[in-house]
Ligand binder design. Structure first.
Ligand SMILES: C[S@@+](CC[C@H](N)C(=O)[O-])C[C@H]1O[C@@H](n2cnc3c(N)ncnc32)[C@H](O)[C@@H]1O
Ligand SMILES: [Zn+2]
Length: 489
């Protein structure tokens, strides 16, 4: 639906008599403008240029180049369409201002259907330049390597067929059906509660024979330095992911390698400074993490059904952001990864003591003297802890408290309900008649909620960004005792 009377210059709005729908569009368009500036540093201008930023028309919200381009081309010749990875907007440059004005007028408020069949409304604003620059590094994290086509299609098939996912086999004890993905361990079992292995209890049978010969070949050919003795097989369906993590230093040696089978996937590497590098792991490739990329950067897979990838065929691997004009969406398939690690027998003495569990100095907490100290104490002993134990915590939090269930079931259907400090979202699905939204300080717990398709976001319970009066009810269960201060510091 078009909103033709949206003015070119918002200062002149009062010259128009806008109807209700038009007012709504205008509000949303202005909101899009503010969001772009505040969160992305993109400045829109109030006069017409050849260039437009298309809010909601981005790879980050499921819109592909194939869908967006024809819509834009209805208004004129599109010179360039830049689609930054994982961003919910894109940039279009038209041949001339006549055409960009036409797009501005006819496409603002236009509804399109994304790759998953969901409706999306576009909001357009003029910008000086159709350009986008990635903040931060474009290079792969130091110590990281992706070796393409490390194995043949025949070996891939053989490895995939060698994994027996049926329950009740000998391996049953070591196979866990984590809600988000299927996992199997060989050599040593990996304990998710402690994020470590029991070094004194190797599993009988060691690594599968078929892996042994492949590993020996990799050592001989110099791809890896040491032969691993632990294997974790993960199977990810489209939409599954794994929260960002660093493999426990004290558990494994420097070199960690992961073989991707069945389907490609994008893995996000994140430096503690906040720089994120999405790395494409093609099918049959080997990811080798050593040094900084293994010890300091986190890695994880965002649970989603599509990845942003290079559109052209000759860009199959490496960093995704090198040519923004050439990105599109790729639908995920079932990916099976074989991650090989070598169990560490002596403490880690890496050069990253801040993230090294072997080098962490334990000082007993002292009673805080002021709010700042109290808040630090809370950060270290509450937030950091929940973040680290999220998976295990979640697996232990099944049974809801009956009085809370009673409360939620008694609410009128259609009520909007907030759950502050929602943890793994235990209460978010209790009453399907409610619109529930959860929030929690722990990103990993929020990720778990999202994997369950609940609405959840990260925030501190002392500063909840929900408008007053917008909810009919609110719960906050087993949270308040964690506060160390009365106000957010
Ligand atoms: C014991 S759990 C309870 C989770 C959930 N309400 C339940 O009943 O299963 C406490 C939760 O509060 C969260 N939390 C602690 N302090 C918080 C804060 N200041 N803001 C938001 N969440 C907080 C933790 O991350 C954790 O998920
Ligand atoms: Zn270390």
């Amino acid at each position: 639906m078009a909103a033709p009377s949206i003015a070119m210059d918002s200062n002149h709005q009062h010259n128009y008599k806008l109807n209700k729908t038009e007012k709504k569009f205008l509000r949303k368009q202005i909101k899009a403008k503010h969001t772009l500036l505040r969160h992305e540093g993109i400045e829109t201008v109030s006069y017409a240029t050849q260039n437009l930023v298309v809010a909601n028309g981005g790879l980050g919200n499921g819109v592909s180049r194939k869908q967006l381009l024809p819509v834009l081309e209805k208004c004129g010749l599109v010179d360039a369409l830049l689609m930054p990875p994982n961003k919910p907007y894109s940039f279009a440059r038209y041949k001339n201002t006549e055409e960009s004005k036409r797009a501005y007028v006819t496409l603002n408020g236009k509804e399109i259907v994304d790759d998953l069949g969901q409706k999306i409304i576009l909001y357009l604003n003029f910008v000086e330049k159709a350009q986008w620059k990635e903040l931060g590094s474009q290079a792969l994290p130091p110590g990281l390597m992706v070796i393409e086509e490390i194995i043949s299609s025949e070996d891939e098939k053989m490895l995939l067929e060698s994994v027996d996912w049926t329950e009740g086999t000998d391996n049953q004890n070591f196979q866990k059906s984590l809600k988000h993905r299927r996992v199997k361990h060989f050599g040593y079992e990996f304990h998710y509660e402690s994020n470590n292995v029991d070094k004194d209890e190797p599993l009988p049978g060691g690594l599968p024979d078929i892996c042994n010969s492949i590993l020996e070949k990799w050592v001989k050919e110099g791809y890896i330095k040491h032969k691993p003795d632990q294997l974790t097989i993960n199977q990810y369906e489209p939409g599954h992911g794994i929260p960002a993590h660093i493999d426990t230093h004290s558990a494994f040696e420097d070199e960690i390698v992961s073989l991707s089978l069945g389907s490609e996937i994008v893995m996000d590497f994140k430096h503690p400074d906040g720089v994120t590098v999405p790395v494409m792991l093609p099918r049959r490739s080997l990811l080798v993490m050593t040094g900084e990329s293994r010890y300091l950067w986190t890695h994880g897979i965002t649970p989603r059904k599509f990845d942003t990838v290079q559109a052209s065929e000759d860009h199959k691997s490496g960093i995704i952001t090198s040519d923004v004009g050439d990105l599109t969406l790729s639908k995920r398939g079932v990916r099976t990864s074989f991650t090989f690690r070598k169990v560490r027998q002596t403490p880690c003495n890496c050069s990253y003591p801040l993230v090294c569990d072997s080098q962490r100095k334990e000082t007993p907490p002292s009673f805080p003297e002021n709010d700042k100290e109290a808040s630090q104490l809370e950060q270290e002993h509450v937030h950091q802890v929940y973040e680290e134990i999220a998976r295990h915590f979640s697996s232990t939090r099944h049974s809801p408290w009956p009085r809370v269930v009673e409360f939620l079931k008694a609410l009128p259907s259609g009520s909007t309900v907030a759950d502050i400090g929602c943890g793994n979202g235990k209460y978010l699905g209790i009453n399907k008649e409610l619109y529930m939204i959860g929030c929690d300080r722990s990103q990993n717990l929020v990720d778990i909620c999202r994997e369950k398709h609940f609405q959840a976001f990260v925030c501190d319970a002392l500063a909840v960004p929900v408008r007053s009066g917008s909810c009919d009810a609110c719960i906050s269960i087993a949270v308040i005792h964690h506060f160390a201060t009365a106000f957010l510091q």
